[in-house]
Ligand binder design. Structure first.
Ligand code: ATP
Ligand code: MN
Length: 255
């Protein structure tokens, strides 16, 4: 019995080690030397007071918590080494704002990061609740942290809603899609329960992850809008919301 316990313990240890080495690999990919240099500079300028823990590790980017001089921050770092930047091409190359970026991975990622900052600014000016953007530098985007005391607000996907809460949130999501479209001239293009946070205090949705958002001039903007509408309807159908995609489109595009 003792022996089994010992083996178990050793296995557990090795598992921890395995996990650690994987985490280290990811960190190595995120914190390459140029990225570290930017973070040091931002820290010297007092824009970041302290870096905190990882909030998320995504396909292209990692998001970290950071302490700012006057508020909590989220630092989104696009990985140069391990991102599947090919997918970025379709979104950025046809965007009239980004026609003359060179066709290499670093430049595409830098343009992508600037684009996310600009999209957040436009969304915010249009009255859509998004993290307030602070700055973009190369592959690093700094924005307001949406959460409290280092704990991010939950994703819509992980929120348990009852009574009329779902309808309330749905209506605001649709209104935000309309504001984005009519006032910001933008389509989110990756809108779903995975890219909407919920403020638990007043149940307002918060749109995040706008790197791929496109202006209406983008040749695929209508297709992207239709996909966003379908994602939103699919999610809210479980709460008995049964609008038709065409009706929703009309609402979003109404004068
Ligand atoms: P990628 O497409 O590169 O994989 P991503 O999906 O990983 O991007 P985001 O969706 O922007 O990137 O962010 C990932 C997660 O980090 C979010 O689901 C959310 O939980 C958290 N997050 C992002 N921005 C903020 C923020 N401003 N405040 C708090 N949490 C955030
Ligand atoms: Mn996301």
């Amino acid at each position: 019995e003792k022996k089994i316990k010992r083996i178990d313990r050793a296995k557990d240890k090795s598992r921890v080690r395995e996990k650690d080495s994987e985490r280290l690999k990811v960190e190595e990919n995120v914190f390459d030397i140029p990225t570290l240099k930017i973070l040091y500079t931002l820290s010297n300028k007092g824009i970041i007071k302290a870096m905190g823990g990882a909030i998320s590790t995504g396909k292209e980017a990692n998001v970290f918590y950071a302490e700012g001089p006057d508020k909590e921050l989220a630092v989104k770092i696009y990985r140069i080494a391990s991102s599947t930047f090919k997918a970025m091409d379709a979104y950025i190359m046809k965007d009239p704002r980004f026609t003359n970026i060179r066709n290499n991975k670093r430049d595409i990622i830098f343009a992508w990061t600037r684009k996310e900052l600009q999209n957040l600014k436009r969304a915010k000016s249009a009255g859509v609740r998004v993290p307030e953007p602070v700055l973009a530098e190369k592959n690093i985007l700094i924005m307001e942290f949406m959460g409290e005391k280092e704990i991010p607000y939950p994703l819509l996907k992980n929120t348990y809603l009852e009574g009329d809460e779902a309808k309330l949130i749905f209506d605001t999501v649709v209104e935000y899609m309309r504001l984005l479209y009519k006032k910001a001239n933008l389509v989110h293009a990756d809108l779903s329960e995975y890219n909407i946070l919920i403020d638990p205090k007043d149940l307002t949705p918060i749109f995040i992850d706008m790197g791929q958002s496109v202006t209406l001039e983008h040749p695929n903007s209508q297709e992207f809008l239709y996909r966003d509408v379908q994602n939103i309807l699919r999610f809210f159908s479980r709460y008995g919301i049964k609008d038709k995609p065409e009706e929703l489109l009309k609402k979003i595009q109404a004068e």
